[in-house]
Design a protein around this ligand. Sequence first.
Ligand SMILES: C[S@@+](CC[C@H](N)C(=O)[O-])C[C@H]1O[C@@H](n2cnc3c(N)ncnc32)[C@H](O)[C@@H]1O
Ligand SMILES: *[C@@H]1O[C@H](CO)[C@@H](O)[C@H](O)[C@H]1NC(C)=O
Length: 261
Amino acid sequence: MAKIDADIGSFLWNIFPFAVGLSLIYVFRRNIHSSIKSRRSRLFAWILNRFTTKVNKILRKEKENAFRYLECHREKLGHSLFVLEIGAGPASNFDYYPRGTEIVCLDPNPYFESYVEQNAHKHENIRLSRVVQGFAEEMGDLEDSSFDAVVSTLVMCSVRDPRKALDEVKRVLKPGGIFIFVEHVAAREGSFVNKIQQMMNPVWKTLCDGCNLTRNTASYIKNTGFSDVDIVNFHLKWGFRFLTYFIRPSIYGCAVKGTST
Ligand SMILES: C[S@@+](CC[C@H](N)C(=O)[O-])C[C@H]1O[C@@H](n2cnc3c(N)ncnc32)[C@H](O)[C@@H]1O
Ligand SMILES: *[C@@H]1O[C@H](CO)[C@@H](O)[C@H](O)[C@H]1NC(C)=O
């Protein structure tokens, strides 16, 4: 009897530290979860900021083409533009804005704010109006029909609900306002690259902050009820050709909000 008691005693004594550890994890589970999440967000912000020059080099031509729509819009309106950039990240696009543009930057990741502000100081062509922490799907803070243009580069792949995000984009645009975009998209349905994209998607999504390889952004944009949509297909020339061919299919273009909708 004494032997069994001693065994139980030592067993309990052995599991005691684990039980305490597990209880602590249980009690502080919310704090632990949010601490991991915030470290992840901080890391993504840092990485994206580091790579922004490189990405801009690869995308220079297409970004210039897309931002030309902004320049035309400015000329047409005859005044400088008030623009919302969604998923602005570290504000990699400030270089491309026409002179005098006033910009609101929106991103759900709060760790971009300091990068955006640093970046704004280096750009005399723009004025940073404010940085908003939020999702493109829920831009309740931003008024209906208030922007001359909305900009999105490499964002529609990461939003959780592209339908909702695009409805919001259209809502905040002034009638006649334009939405310009540069996005990587799903390869043609049934193609070999599309199969690879589907295969890689779950892992990719986890590693790349929610980026979805098989998003057919072009058809989402066409189905948002814009009055006029211009879309150009191109292939993004990332380095490591062999490793990156599944993120090459891309589009850039412009969609106009009708004056009567
Ligand atoms: C690949 S980065 C692109 C950053 C920048 N636009 C560029 O071209 O370099 C995707 C960005 O979208 C943001 N994002 C993710 N989900 C979003 C959402 N639901 N609404 C708005 N932005 C989102 C991320 O925080 C990230 O900054
Ligand atoms: C990626 O986006 C497509 C189209 O929006 C959707 O049908 C699919 O379920 C998404 N995949 C993942 C892994 O979220």
